[in-house]
Design a protein around this ligand. Structure first.
Ligand code: GLV
Ligand code: MN
Ligand code: MN
Length: 409
């Protein structure tokens, strides 16, 4: 059954409007006004496709089509709908729209599944507001306690429950899903790299996902006057931070085997041109497909940071996220591959260098993840783009797979 390209395009265009930075990419932070607008749109579409809609205690959105079998576990399809600052229209939304289109195809074809079909739109995968990332799926998997959620704050000190209440969400609702209620999770995502486009392949069936961790490094120094404090009497937190940051690429390259380090966020305090900085906070994102490399790099970064503890400089390193590399379920992979073969859709097996909600949910259920091409391999930027017919090809593979897993009757 063909996916409806007009419907897919309508959803892409609609969600792209909900950005805090019009004409400068998609900026849709979790629980923001733009989140609320996108949320209303997604819920309306779910209802139009005959789904029963609910939100959990983190604001993850679920739309459920009941199955014929009583109390049977659901096949869940979807992705996240938050974005990085000035990101693109596809990272996350492509997978949410895949879920919506699959629900629409079930409705068009009057499919009565044996197992329930649930479409999901998750929050805060990117960690752009609250740090760390994968928050929606970590909540569903039961990795976040009420205290964790209460203590998680954005850069302005607003906690998750406070931010939720501002857009009318109820943080007292349950988040953790009993794994017994889930049969499988399927996600479609843009590749965010160049391989599928270069090799002119429609679909990547993901075999494994990179291991990743994020550190939050704090350097404390001493503030002072930029004109009157002699150079040899300074404890400049930014000079220490800059020295540390400049050595991180070397650590990754020496580790080898594709290990990568990135400092993507940093704050300087008090942030005045004529004041010696007394505090710098920066993130370090560390990834490798082998856990041992992630651990080695973490240790080297910690040692490097600690080596700057002298002359009034103090340091602290906190780990805000740790995810082991993940192998995805072989049975689901082979159903995805069979669906590609049945539809005549070209595919290859791939490794993911990006983190995905699929890697968290693979701890509690059988997971399948497919990629569709990204133009010029670009992502996390306004130029991120995938053709509608390429999205449709991936959605058709996921639809066939969802039919098999829900055992349509
Ligand atoms: C998500 O985009 C990630 O890989 O951090
Ligand atoms: Mn992303
Ligand atoms: Mn994503």
């Amino acid at each position: 059954m063909k996916a409806n390209q007009e419907r897919i395009e309508k959803h892409i265009k609609a969600l792209s409007r909900y950005t805090a930075t019009p004409n400068e990419g998609t900026t849709r932070l979790t629980y923001s006004e733009e989140d609320l607008q996108a949320r209303i749109y997604i819920k309306e579409q779910m209802e139009a496709y005959g789904l029963e809609v609910r939100e959990d205690g983190l604001g993850n959105i679920f739309g459920k089509l009941e199955g014929e079998k009583k109390d049977a576990p659901s096949v869940i399809v979807g992705s996240h709908f938050d974005s990085v600052p000035h990101g693109g229209d596809y990272d996350g939304p492509a997978g949410v729209i895949a879920g919506l289109e699959i629900a629409a195809l079930f409705q068009d074809n009057q499919v009565k599944p044996v197992y329930p079909l649930e479409i999901i739109a998750m929050i805060e995968e990117e960690g752009s507001r609250f740090g760390g990332g994968l928050m929606g799926s970590r909540g569903i998997a039961g990795y976040l306690s009420k205290d964790d959620v209460q203590e998680t704050k954005d850069k302005d000190g607003i906690s998750v429950p406070e931010a939720m209440k501002k857009i009318g969400l109820d943080p007292s609702l349950e988040v953790k899903r009993d794994p017994e209620t889930i049969k499988a999770f399927l996600e479609m995502h843009i590749e965010q790299g160049p391989i599928l486009e270069e090799e002119q392949i429609s679909v990547g069936v993901v075999e494994s996902i990179v291991g990743l961790t994020q550190l939050e490094v704090t350097i404390d120094g001493k503030a002072g006057h930029a004109g009157t404090t002699p150079m040899d009497r300074r404890s400049d937190a930014l000079v220490a931070a800059a020295n540390i940051i400049s050595k991180l690429p070397q650590i990754a390259m020496e580790e080898g085997e594709g290990a990568v380090t990135t400092v993507g966020r940093h704050q300087v305090f008090p942030n005045g041109a004529n004041v010696i900085p007394d505090k710098v906070v920066f993130s370090v994102d560390i990834r490798s497909s082998k856990e041992a490399h992630v651990k080695n790099v973490v240790q080297k970064v910690k040692n490097l940071v600690r080596s700057w503890e002298a002359n009034g400089i103090q340091t602290a390193v906190e780990q805000s996220l740790y995810m082991q590399p993940k192998e995805l379920n072989k049975k689901i992979r082979s159903i995805l591959e069979a669906s590609c073969a049945q539809l005549g859709t070209s595919f290859i097996n791939m490794h993911s260098g990006a983190g995905h909600d699929a890697m968290v949910l693979s701890d509690i259920t059988d997971v399948g993840l497919i990629f569709v091409p990204s133009k010029d391999g670009l992502s996390h930027c306004p130029e991120e783009w995938t053709a509608i017919h390429e999205l449709a090809a991936g959605i058709e593979v996921l639809y066939e797979t969802a039919l098999k897993l829900t055992e349509k009757s």
